[in-house]
Design a protein around this ligand. Structure first.
Ligand SMILES: Nc1ncnc2c1ncn2[C@@H]1O[C@H](COP(=O)(O)OP(=O)(O)OP(=O)(O)O)[C@@H](O)[C@H]1O
Ligand SMILES: [Mg+2]
Length: 341
């Protein structure tokens, strides 16, 4: 059967309200998607299915005080603390970085691909990763790459919601999230990890910061080996020393050099088969882009690309549209001025 046959069955059973056949058709579609290498789609379907079944279970009368009751309350509370839940199609080839960063990323991924081997020899699996460096240099992107390469669901934590809560609540909230991530065997991504430092400002109690750091240290220590925590920050100095030491890997993402800018440009232009109107001039412009982040460079390039397309007479018919190097250079100048570089 093809994917569309399964979808037709699912529509039919759904409309007929035949739950049993609907579930079996959905499961068949999940298997089919796995076999045809649509792994992300399969994971997403599976997650919808799991969640619906769990919610349906919780609609039945639950005894207060029973495990189901506590799980349900817990889940409702953790939902507010989670920014999003995602799966990813990103791969290592979607990120540009120097070879040491790439090697570190590969090594981290390898630890989880070869987890069985490590377990066999009683070796610990590195599962706590800190990504740091300036804004727009690929920290969040790297977390998507890891999630995509390992086919693991990622839970993005809303640190703002956690930290601004009442005294003593921050630690409790963190514990809840970690418990949930452990149960779902996924990646916890804590963006802006340094905002934990803000606990200091929110609280009159000087012990609060210490309590939060201690909680994280404990959660890290008891994190199951199959769960992964990725934390990202552009203010590594704000982090407590004891906390820093707990990370198995610390990867620094820096601003791109000339070679990396050229690679980023090639990556960005690959899809549309674009090229520059003047290759020699383009090389000079790349030199001038040094000092900007990957994000800023990519943003100006995409804008230049669109403006160049709009200026063409018949852009739809172009086989290899040319980008105006002049327009890109101007946009880069403006970006540098705006950022006062
Ligand atoms: N190293 C990189 N390789 C390829 N593209 C990149 C890279 N860094 C950034 N980009 C592009 O810029 C976008 C934004 O980058 P990203 O969100 O990963 O930055 P960040 O380091 O997390 O920044 P922030 O500290 O502001 O959160 C990415 O989605 C991607 O399009
Ligand atoms: Mg980010």
């Amino acid at each position: 059967m093809s994917q569309s046959d399964y979808i037709k069955d699912i529509a039919k059973y759904g409309l007929e309200n035949d739950q049993e056949k609907l579930l079996s058709a959905l499961n068949e579609l999940i298997d089919h998607s796995k076999q045809t290498k649509k792994l992300n789609f399969a994971i997403q379907l599976q997650s919808i299915l799991k969640e619906t079944i769990r919610n349906r279970g919780s609609k039945n009368l639950t005894k207060v005080g029973s495990d189901t009751y506590f799980n349900r309350v817990d889940e409702r509370e953790t939902n507010d603390l989670i920014l999003e839940k995602l799966t990813s199609d990103y791969r290592l080839e979607n990120i540009v970085a120097d070879s040491s960063v790439m090697n570190e990323l590969k090594n981290f991924i390898e630890e989880h691909r070869k987890a069985e081997l490590l377990r066999k020899y009683n070796l610990p699996i590195a599962n706590k990763l800190l990504l740091h460096g300036p804004s727009g240099c690929g920290k969040t992107l790297a977390s998507y790459v890891i999630s995509g390469e390992l086919d693991k669901m990622m839970v993005v934590v809303n640190l703002g919601a956690i930290v601004s809560s009442k005294l003593g609540e921050t630690s409790k909230n963190l514990a809840k999230i970690f418990r949930r991530a452990a149960a779902e065997d996924c990646i916890i991504f804590i963006d802006e990890f340094d905002s934990l430092g803000k606990v200091r400002d929110y609280s009159q109690d000087h012990g609060e910061m210490k309590r939060v750091v201690n909680t994280i240290l404990q959660l890290f220590d008891y994190l199951p080996q199959s769960s992964i925590v990725i934390a990202a920050t552009n203010q590594k100095d704000m982090l407590d020393e004891a906390l820093l030491r707990r990370f198995d890997f610390c990867i620094e993402f820096g601003l791109p050099n000339e070679k990396q800018i050229a690679d980023l440009v090639a990556l960005t232009l690959k899809k549309g088969n674009f090229s520059f109107d003047n290759a020699t001039k383009a090389k000079q412009v790349i030199k001038k882009a040094v000092g900007l982040s990957y994000y800023s460079i990519q943003k100006t390039l995409v804008t230049a690309l669109k403006r160049s397309l709009f200026q063409m007479d018949n852009p739809e018919k172009m086989i290899s549209p040319r980008i105006s190097t002049f327009v890109w250079e101007e946009l880069l100048k403006q970006e540098k001025m705006a950022l006062a570089i």
